[in-house]
Design a protein around this ligand. Structure first.
Ligand code: NAD
Length: 365
């Protein structure tokens, strides 16, 4: 079976990091006998410049038929003057909506070799491996009615609607339990059920879904407590599942526990397991075109792509092991280097990962 994978290099450092991820993807596919077909399309600023829209029709057609998409990043100062509706970031929102990518998976993993990069004590975070599962297409960010209006007394007020349907909660909870079953078997659901009715329903539905997963433990935390626990004792968590707004905030908090934005992958999945995989970082215009970007977040996004859309867990683990090996070897791009470390560039880091990749029997090509 052949898997079609669409590359969306995007803007800034996007093309540089995707180029390295592509080399890794092609090599690991060879090593694990995966048949992949790679294609490329424009998204973001580059799509505006070449095709007149951030998510052009040619990209839409390719995206809808791909098994998985790998994105670099979009945006940059040259498009900042455009009206909000025409900016590169709109391309990202449009593709998420178009493909119905309702589940955002954000692992916060701290390779022990980089434990000193965290602002927390190394022993609190070394070996950290949390997966935050955030609902991405509902909740207060999309709820209607919304707006700013003038009251009868002349004062203005802003309002939004925090709303979730049972089916929306059910599908994200289902996914969180499935993922936890393949990990450490623990789900923590985060809500504010003491104050918000919408999250009372959230808690009720998550509890109901849990009944189908005998091997997975469920507990519930209020979001304020979850934020505290994340910085107090982050290793207590396995999978955290939560709605759009809480997930937005908690996933960035968890990212900072690791101290290095250049190391963090993400996935956004739909009900068909098609997914958009991308590093958490942006297009880093300050270092674009200088061979200084860390490609490891995008390479680790390839590992997620292999695991979640191609169901190739062994190949995914091989990519993750290769990243760990290069860190053991002392390979560091500038963003993860400690004082006195020798620094290598984007391409050299990609090459190091390629060399460290091992096949089924540990054979290198
Ligand atoms: P950013 O993540 O691009 O950069 C923040 C800082 O981290 C910069 O100093 C940058 O040099 C550094 N950095 C980021 N990725 C790195 C990497 N792989 N290796 C080494 N250093 C890295 O965030 P920003 O500066 O706030 O945004 C820049 C542009 O990216 C904006 O146009 C923004 O809208 C866009 N953006 C896009 C996405 C996305 O495509 N998903 C996400 C965030 C920001």
């Amino acid at each position: 079976m052949s898997h079609s994978i669409l590359l969306l290099p995007g803007d800034g450092i996007g093309p540089e990091v995707v180029a390295q991820a592509r080399r890794v993807l092609e090599r690991v596919a060879d090593l694990y006998n995966l048949t992949i077909e790679l294609d490329e399309a424009n998204l973001g600023g580059v799509a505006i410049d070449r095709e007149g829209s951030a998510y052009p029709e040619t990209t839409q057609a390719k995206a809808r038929s791909a098994a998985a998409l790998l994105l670099g990043a979009v945006g940059g100062p040259q498009w900042d003057g455009l009206p909000a509706a025409q900016r590169p970031e709109r391309g990202l929102l449009a593709i998420r909506a178009d493909l119905d990518l309702f589940a955002n998976l954000r692992p916060a993993i701290l390779f022990p070799q980089l434990a000193d990069a965290s602002s927390l004590k190394p022993e609190l975070v070394a070996g950290l491996d949390i997966l935050i599962v955030r609902e991405l297409t509902g909740g207060i960010y999309f709820g209607e009615p919304r707006g700013i209006r003038t009251r009868e007394d002349g004062e203005r007020e802003g309002y939004n609607t925090y709303i979730y349907r049972e089916s929306e909660i059910e599908r994200i909870a289902q996914l969180a339990f499935e993922l936890a079953a393949k990990r450490d078997g623990r789900v923590t659901s985060v809500d504010k059920a003491n104050v918000l009715e919408v999250t009372q329903l959230w808690r009720e539905v998550v509890t109901r879904v849990a009944e189908n997963f005998a091997g997975v433990d469920l507990d519930h935390l209020y979001v304020d407590n979850a934020a505290m626990q994340l910085v107090r004792e982050p290793k207590q968590f396995d999978v955290l599942v939560t709605g759009n707004i809480f997930g937005d905030i908690l996933s960035d908090t968890a990212a900072m526990l690791t101290g290095s934005i250049g190391m963090l992958p993400s996935a956004s999945l739909n009900a068909l397991s098609a997914g958009l995989y991308e590093p958490v970082h942006g297009s880093a215009p300050d270092i674009a075109g200088q061979d200084r970007a860390n490609p490891l977040a995008t390479i680790l996004s390839v590992a997620m792509l292999l695991r979640y859309s191609l169901n190739a867990g062994n190949a995914a683990a091989a990519v993750e092991a290769a990243v760990s090996t290069v860190l053991d070897q002392g390979c560091r791009t500038a963003d993860i280097a400690a004082e006195g470390d020798a620094v290598i560039g984007t391409e050299a880091m990609g090459t190091a990962v390629l060399k460290a990749l091992k096949g089924h029997e540990g054979n290198e090509l």
